[in-house]
Ligand binder design. Structure first.
Ligand SMILES: [Zn+2]
Length: 141
């Protein structure tokens, strides 16, 4: 691991302890191991990246909301994918498959309904010239 620090500060007594320590030798507090801390930093980074990601705007010419809704009825997330919400569309597709498998297909139908409503609303917003976040959802009908 690059640039791994050798020590860290105990959050309870502020003494420097070994980076991999799970218990502070000064005050006896339980600490997070260095690896746990690193994975938390990585998770935080991913979330910040997701939340601060760029907005998408309409293609030229803008996609038709009805067409996008239809695409997402056929394949949940496809409309979102075409509109530029690529990670979101992919996630919706995977979620619909898993939900469908867990519910004997019913979840897949529910997912395509929700995905269609969402694709319709996102496409409409884009068509109106608004910009939409990569992960923005809009199930309102
Ligand atoms: Zn301590």
């Amino acid at each position: 691991m690059p640039n791994r620090p050798e020590t860290k500060k105990c959050p309870f007594c502020a003494e420097e302890v070994q980076y991999e320590a799970v218990k502070c030798k000064y005050c006896g507090s339980m600490l997070e191991s260095g690896q746990q801390q690193q994975s938390q930093v990585a998770k935080k980074f991913i979330w910040e990246k997701l939340l601060s990601e760029k907005l998408i705007s309409a293609s030229a010419p803008p996609k038709d909301p009805a067409g996008m809704a239809f695409a997402s009825v056929l394949v949940p997330g496809l409309g979102q994918f075409i509109l530029g919400q690529i990670p979101k569309g992919t996630a919706m597709f995977v979620a619909a498959i898993m939900f469908g498998l867990a519910t004997g297909g019913v979840g897949y139908l529910i997912s395509s309904g929700l995905a269609a409503a969402d694709a319709w609303n996102i496409a409409k917003k884009l068509k109106e010239g608004k910009r939409v976040g990569q992960w923005a959802f809009n199930f309102g009908i």
